[in-house]
Design a protein around this ligand. Sequence first.
Ligand SMILES: [Zn+2]
Length: 380
Amino acid sequence: MAQIYGNKSRLDDLLARELNYSDSYDAKMFETYLTKEQVETMNQVFKERKGDFDGYYEFRKTRMNLSPLKPYDLALQLLENPDKKYGYEETLSNIFASYAAMDPAFQDIFVKTTTSGSMDVYPNPEGGKQPGGYCQDMCALQRPALIFMNYKGLMQDQKTLTHEMGHAINFYLMGNNVDYLYCYGREYEMEIPSTFNEELFVDYALKNYDQDTALAILAESVSDYDNYFTFQPMITEFENKAHELCRQKTNVSGSDLNLLWTNLSKDYRSGLVDYYPENSAQWTYISHIYLTNNYYTFSYALSKAVTLSLFKMYKEDPEKFNENYMAYLSAGSSMTPPQKLWKFFGIEIDRKLFEDAMDVVHMRVLQLQELEAKRLASSA
Ligand SMILES: [Zn+2]
């Protein structure tokens, strides 16, 4: 694996240099309108504030009555009744209701999308339908986007629906506001509307669902933040340092890379989880490291950070936010990503944005603790 990685990383850099970049990281930064300093600041804030997740780990520990908490314990589901089913119509009305405080266009586009034969809802493996969820834009036709789902009625499927609907709303707005050629965005921009909708869903669940379900949804969303803000940026940092190592040393070994991975993970991970003492070869499991473009995963972190910083703004002043958000979602690539954020929200991709995102994490962890305290009080 180390040899494959070494060869790949040297080829990546060679290709980038042929195109006059200093290396492939430099090329990626140019392509995404970012600087290395911005990504470094992001990683720095996440490392500094990893303690904001402690309340979540404490919650898991007491909820599952486990000490110590092992990495695999984090994957256990928390619902008392995990097989509870939500009918498709019920999910549609829940998601529709979760957009109540958004611009009316949200509910309009939702209705257009769900009533125009644009949704392929249920699984059909015999018919060749692939698993997962996906949204295909129809910008050129200025019609609602197509949504593919494998709706089984589980709690998770509700989140998938609103996630894909976020893409659909974004595509519809771009398709009807800018020329087809501008109906796209950078990787990290595309996931903003979908993950923003997930936040609306969490808020809706907190207000409308039973305690057990709301707790599970909330815990899952904190676990998502944890993945986005510790694991994904760490992968990029690993790739960057591994490329450097492969430039300095011709025969980089598996144990060199395991050591690099493990040392980095110590900067990002919580002290409340009892990780294995050995150096980890987990990097070999990350298919993005081998099979997609380099430096792909920091986009997930950045995207989620922008989403949460926007969500913080939304909570502070929904009306003002809505006006700007509609314009933001409609602009497509008629402006660069930083220009758009600055023009519609007056924000830059800097320390404040990442601190704001972590403030939302902090808020969610407090909500989790409050709800758990209520549950314990009511069951006592
Ligand atoms: Zn998505």
